[in-house]
Design a protein around this ligand. Structure first.
Ligand code: IPD
Ligand code: CA
Ligand code: CA
Length: 265
């Protein structure tokens, strides 16, 4: 790892741990909660505090880097080599309900290529990181995807977008189809942690629709560097936008794509 990459990894880990401290301290305390796109899309004062500290630290240490942050606090700098993509609190609905599944997610691109990933789950004290070409790790121990080859023995996860009340029901149809083929399904409310779990073999596969760049920027690299595969729903290159994603151990990937292709929505 060269010096600029190493420095950014060190700062990203520092930010993740500091945000994790806030998330742990404020967990299950009374929170100021507002809504965003629709009445079930929430933002809390903790989302904003974590984003604020992340953006301030990056601007202090790397003033030329671009930042895309979910709550809008980042600055896009034309011609910058580095871009940070941040979800300050992934799993806000869980957090607001005191359901213990949430994290901060930081993905870093260099020349538009996914280069570093840091995701921290403060309650489990699990820090995931990945380095392009250098592997994926949980608490500094190397992780890899599962070796499961059969859909009927696979544990899969997904999530549902906030427009679920108004939109077509495509993910309900996918869910029903996977329910018939996989061993079991989970919907646990943090796409970034779902991707960490694919990377570390706790899940065999994950799919979702209508995610955003900050949900997937770090998780994609973690899955890839752990030996897994990510793609869009047709098997092509995964969209950086997160618009549709399939992530898996690689072995069951084509079978997951097949299930998706059989659903007519
Ligand atoms: C959400 C979570 C959830 C996923 C949603 C995301 P947020 O992010 O990752 O698991 O199903 O699509 O928007 O709002 O908690 O940062
Ligand atoms: Ca998110
Ligand atoms: Ca969020």
């Amino acid at each position: 790892m060269d010096k600029p990459t190493e420095e950014r990894l060190r700062v990203a880990v520092k930010i993740a741990r500091a945000a994790g401290d806030i998330q742990r301290d404020r967990y299950e305390t009374p929170l100021e909660i507002q809504t965003k796109s629709v009445d079930i899309d929430l933002v809390t004062e903790v989302d904003r505090a974590c984003e604020g500290l992340a953006v301030a630290k990056i601007e202090e240490m790397f003033p030329e880097d671009s930042i895309l942050a979910e709550e809008g606090g980042g600055t896009n700098r034309k011609n910058s080599t580095w871009r940070w993509i941040i979800d300050p609190l992934d799993g806000t609905t869980n957090y607001a309900h005191g359901y213990p599944r949430f994290c901060i997610s930081i993905g870093i691109e260099r020349e538009k290529k996914r280069t570093l990933a840091v995701i921290y789950d403060p309650l489990m004290d699990e820090l995931y990181h990945a380095i392009r070409g250098g592997g994926s790790f949980r608490n500094n121990l190397k992780i890899s995807v599962s070796r499961e080859s059969l859909m009927e023995r696979s544990l899969l996860a997904t999530g549902f977008a906030y427009d679920q009340k108004r939109s077509r029901r495509e993910n309900v149809e996918y869910f029903a189809a996977f329910l018939k083929t996989a061993r079991a399904m989970r919907r646990d409310g943090s796409a970034a942690l779902d991707l960490c779990y694919v990377a570390s073999g706790r899940l065999d596969g994950f799919w979702e629709l209508k995610l955003s760049p900050w949900d997937v920027a770090a998780g994609y690299l973690l899955v890839e560097e752990a030996g897994g595969r990510i793609s869009n729903h047709s098997g092509g290159a995964a969209f950086d936008s997160g618009r549709e994603v399939v992530a898996s151990n690689g072995i069951i990937h084509d079978n997951m794509l097949k299930v998706i292709s059989t659903v007519h929505v």
